[in-house]
Ligand binder design. Structure first.
Ligand code: ADP
Ligand code: ZN
Length: 217
């Protein structure tokens, strides 16, 4: 299964793809996680992308595409792949065409007001990147990761002004990709969230059911 998990910032792409990875053993390539790890390491790539990531702006396509290709090259033959955070622009979608045989899109449909509520209380593990929410998806021990005990922190782009900017970029540059994929007849599985405290598990279950129905897994 080759798929893209698609949705606004804060829709839950990381949360869902981590769970799907655990259930299906697929590879997840999460662009945001890759960039944040490089920024933390202060690598050459990290230095090039830092200002974009912190401001909530898109990293230039040439850089993103290069990084994606490197990661796709490392995927074992025949393994399933979930792309999280790619493509975000039409240019990126076009690049993907030659290098990734997309079977299906997983769309997370979440209203803006829920996204804003969630992002402002989101926390991420410094060590493994697991995502929590201090109001809606609490860790067992306050401030610590359930999986590895790592310290939880708030992303610098999860401040209210940067959140608004990221949502605007999603509306303007990323959401039009759905039209593009509809025109190409790529199947889309939509998972709709209507309440702010909907836990991910039942939605992940529904997604797995749909994937089975489409014979993707
Ligand atoms: P979000 O919660 O906004 O979906 P991500 O963790 O996926 O956040 O991405 C964080 C940041 O990394 C983005 O705001 C952007 O600066 C950069 N980034 C990630 N993926 C891409 C991409 N495909 N194109 C350009 N920039 C990207
Ligand atoms: Zn952790």
């Amino acid at each position: 299964m080759k798929t893209i998990i698609f949705g606004a910032p804060g829709a839950g792409k990381g949360t869902y793809s981590t769970r799907l990875k655990a259930q299906l053993g697929v590879e997840v390539i999460a662009m945001g996680d890759i960039f944040r790890a490089q920024v933390k390491e202060n690598s050459e790539l990290g230095k090039r992308v830092k200002s974009y990531v912190e401001k909530g702006a898109l990293v230039p396509d040439e850089i993103v595409v290069e990084v994606l290709k490197q990661h796709l090259d490392r995927v074992p033959q025949g393994a399933g792949v979930i792309l999280d955070g790619f493509p975000r622009t039409l240019e990126q979608a076009k690049t993907l065409e030659g290098i990734f045989e997309l079977d299906v899109i997983l769309l997370l449909d979440v209203p803006d007001w829920i996204i804003i509520e969630r992002l402002s209380s989101r926390r991420v593990c410094k060590n493994c990147g697991a995502v929590y929410n201090i109001r809606f998806l609490k860790p067992k021990v306050e401030g610590a990761c359930d999986k590895c005990g790592g310290e939880l922190y708030q992303r610098s782009d999860d401040s209210s002004d940067v959140i608004k900017k990221r949502l605007k970029i999603y509306q303007d540059q990323t959401s039009p990709l759905l039209v593009y994929y509809k025109e190409k007849n790529v199947p889309i599985i939509t998972s709709k969230t209507v309440t702010v405290d909907t836990p991910p598990e039942p939605l992940v279950e529904q997604m797995l059911e749909e994937l089975k129905r489409l014979k993707m897994i």
